[in-house]
Write a protein that binds this ligand. Structure first.
Ligand SMILES: C[S@@+](CC[C@H](N)C(=O)[O-])C[C@H]1O[C@@H](n2cnc3c(N)ncnc32)[C@H](O)[C@@H]1O
Length: 355
C-alpha cells in the first residue's frame, strides 16, 4: 500500500498477527511530533450537539450555541461567522439536513445513533470530495479522504450473531434514508454498509472536554491515517488535540465507548476571542513519549487502565475492539505465565499419587 505521510517520520508495515502498523522511519526524539492530521469527520453525541460547532468543531462546555439549522435542529454554530459566512459548510449541510432530521427521531439506542451520525458525515465528505478538486493538503497537517476510510480494518466478521441481528432490525430504514439522500448507491449490500459501521467502531477516536479535572467524552471522530497506530499496553506515543488556545494537552486514552481516545482539554471559552479566530479544531497529533529508534514500532494505548493484569487488559480490548492483544508486553507476560504453569505441571507429575 502506497500512502503518503509527508515529512513525518513514519512508514507503514504489516504482519499477519497485528495487521498494518507504523514503524519509525528515522530516530525520533521524546516530545517530537510523529504525525498530525485533520479529522475526516466528527460527530458529537446527541446530548452535546448544541455545544459543538458544526463548522469549526469547537466545543463549549458551559452553554449551548444559539445559531443553528432550524430545519433539522441538528447542526449548531459557535458564531455568526461559522453560521453565515462559510457558505460552503451550509451548502454541505443542506445535503444531509433531511437525513439528520430522520435520524433524530429514529428509535434506536444511543450508540447506534452516534455511529450512524458519524457515518453520515463521512459519506458527506465523500459526496463533496467528488465535486471538489481542492483536495491538496494546505500545510503540514495531513488531510484524509474517504478512500482512506475504506482502507480501515473492519471487524464485522467477528461480530456476535446478536449484534448483527440488532443492526438487521434497522436494515430497511437505514438503507432507505441513506439511499434517498444519495449517500450510498442503490445497489449496496447491507453487509457492506455494516462493514463501514464496524470501521467506525474499531477506528473511531473519542472527543473529550475537561470538567472539574475529569475528561468527559462528548463525541467521536475519524482520522483514517491516525488509525494505523496499533495498540500497545506499553505505548511509545500518545495522541493529543491542540486546544483552542493552540496548546497541547495530554491524552488519557480513556474509553468506555469503544473508541480510541484523544484529548483536547478544553476549558470554558471566551466566544468573543474565537469569533475573530477562524480555526478548525479537533486536529490530532501524535508525540513520542520517549526516544524511539529507527525501525521501532510506533504505538498508542487504546485503553486507560494499562496497570491492570494481562487477562483484564486483553478482555477489555477484546470486548471493545475485537482483538487479542499481541503487544510486546502482553506477549512477554503471557510467556512468563505459561512458564510458571509449565513448572507447576512438572511438579504435579512428580507427585507420587499421580504415578
Ligand atoms: C485502529 S486499527 C490499527 C491498524 C490495523 N492494524 C490495520 O491493519 O488497519 C485497530 C486494529 O488493529 C489490530 N491491532 C491493533 N493493535 C493490536 C495489538 N496490540 N495486537 C493485535 N492486533 C492489534 C486489531 O485488529 C485492531 O482491531
Amino acid at each position: 500500500m502506497n500512502l503518503d505521510f509527508g515529512s513525518y517520520p513514519v512508514r507503514l508495515t504489516c504482519s499477519p498477527e497485528k495487521g498494518r502498523y507504523f514503524l519509525a522511519k528515522s530516530d525520533i526524539k521524546v516530545g517530537e511530533v510523529v504525525l498530525k492530521c485533520l479529522p475526516l469527520a466528527t460527530a458529537p453525541f446527541d446530548n452535546h450537539k448544541k455545544r459543538y460547532c458544526y463548522t469549526c468543531n469547537l466545543y463549549n462546555s458551559s452553554s449551548a450555541f444559539s445559531y443553528h439549522c432550524v430545519s433539522c435542529d441538528q447542526a449548531y454554530f459557535c458564531s455568526l461567522e461559522c453560521y453565515k459566512n462559510d457558505s460552503n459548510v451550509l451548502a454541505k449541510h443542506e445535503l444531509i439536513c433531511n437525513i439528520s432530521r430522520k435520524i433524530a427521531t429514529w428509535r434506536a439506542d444511543k450508540h447506534m445513533k452516534s455511529v450512524i451520525r458519524l457515518l453520515v458525515q463521512i459519506l458527506l465528505e465523500y459526496l463533496c470530495e467528488e465535486k471538489n478538486d481542492d483536495n491538496e493538503p494546505k500545510n503540514d497537517i495531513l488531510r484524509n479522504y474517504f478512500k482512506d476510510f475504506l482502507l480501515l480494518k473492519s471487524h464485522y466478521s467477528d461480530w456476535s450473531t446478536n449484534l448483527k441481528q440488532d443492526w438487521m432490525k434497522h436494515k430497511k430504514f437505514l438503507l432507505s434514508i441513506f439511499k434517498s439522500s444519495n449517500l450510498i448507491q442503490e445497489n449496496i449490500e447491507f453487509e457492506e454498509f455494516l462493514h463501514m459501521i464496524s470501521r467506525i467502531e474499531s477506528n473511531g477516536f473519542g472527543m473529550y472536554y475537561q470538567s472539574k479535572g475529569r475528561e468527559i467524552l462528548f463525541g467521536r471522530a475519524i482520522y483514517p491515517f491516525a488509525s494505523f497506530f496499533n495498540h500497545s499496553c506499553d505505548a511509545n506515543c500518545d495522541a493529543l488535540q491542540p486546544n483552542y488556545k493552540g496548546e497541547n494537552n495530554q491524552v488519557d486514552n480513556a474509553n468506555s465507548e469503544g473508541c480510541i481516545a484523544i484529548e483536547s482539554v478544553q476549558t470554558d471559552i471566551n466566544l468573543n476571542t474565537l469569533i475573530k479566530k477562524k480555526e478548525i479544531f479537533r486536529k490530532v497529533e501524535f508525540i513520542a513519549l520517549h526516544n524511539i529508534k529507527e525501525g521501532e514500532e510506533l504505538t498508542i494505548s487504546y485503553i486507560e487502565d494499562t496497570h491492570s493484569p494481562l487477562q483484564a487488559r486483553r478482555q477489555k480490548l477484546m470486548n471493545d475492539y475485537y482483538f487479542l492483544c499481541k503487544c510486546d508486553r502482553c506477549k512477554s507476560e503471557e510467556t512468563k505465565i505459561n512458564g510458571k504453569r509449565f513448572k507447576g505441571l512438572k511438579k504435579y507429575r512428580g507427585n507420587k499419587e499421580f504415578q
